[in-house]
Design a protein around this ligand. Structure first.
Ligand code: SF4
Length: 218
């Protein structure tokens, strides 16, 4: 990433997508929107704490432990000044504006998966032994539904509009751990949206079942 595309877009008042958010400008006012089904949009206060609270739950009403996970609730908007955009965006995707700026300056420290798994301890110690097929399934399935791009996996792609992810997150580590401690790879079952997003030990968890399917397929 050779320039801070986010700062440049805000400075030039150019519309852009930020994960699942659509940002547009009208004169000296900015709008952050997640379109809904065409009905009335809910106005959310231009206050980072209010935006954080509003996006705590996903479209199914479940808590969102992975901030980059696609599936934020729909049909809402925030109006603010262009200068106030970074903290609003950061409220939905923590650290994302900072990571873009650091990547542009060549200061984003990238930590590979081996290093992150290798320092796990306590309950997560088993993640150190995560086999390659589970690592790959976790990378494909979990990172596949995340708005961030896993630079830690040697994928510094998608310059314009990308949100770089510098190291495997705690949800990723937890998924590796929970799949690694399984005795055998069980048969996948139908995903159940009522199972919480990151309860990977529980059959029916959508991410778990998609990973099991991939691992069994080989
Ligand atoms: S490790 Fe993957 S799932 Fe976690 S924040 Fe990074 S890109 Fe998203």
């Amino acid at each position: 990433m050779d320039h801070d595309w986010l700062a440049a877009a805000i400075a030039s008042r150019r519309p852009f997508r930020f994960g699942e958010l659509e940002v547009s400008f009208n004169g000296n006012q900015a709008a952050v929107e997640v379109p809904g089904d065409g009905g009335e949009m809910t106005d959310v206060s231009a206050n980072p704490a209010a935006v954080r609270e509003w996006t705590r739950l996903d479209v199914h009403g479940r808590y969102r432990p992975l901030s980059g996970a696609r599936g934020v609730r729909r049909g809402w908007q925030v109006r603010c000044s262009p200068e106030d955009l970074p903290p609003i965006l950061e409220a939905v995707y923590p650290l994302a504006p900072r990571h873009i700026a650091m990547a542009a300056e060549g200061r984003l420290r990238v930590e590979p998966l081996d290093a992150v798994l290798g320092r796990q301890s306590g309950r997560y110690r088993a993640a150190r032994d995560t086999p390659p097929d589970i690592r790959k399934a976790a990378r494909d399935v979990l990172c596949g539904i995340c708005v961030r791009t896993p630079w830690w996996d040697g994928d510094p792609s998608g310059l314009e509009g990308a949100i770089p992810c510098p190291e495997p997150c705690s949800v990723f580590v937890s998924l590796c751990r929970d799949l690694t401690v399984l005795d055998q790879t069980p048969e996948p079952v139908d995903p159940d949206p009522a199972v919480p997003f990151a309860t990977f030990e529980e059959p029916g968890n959508e991410i778990r079942e998609r990973c099991l399917e991939r691992i069994r397929r080989g």
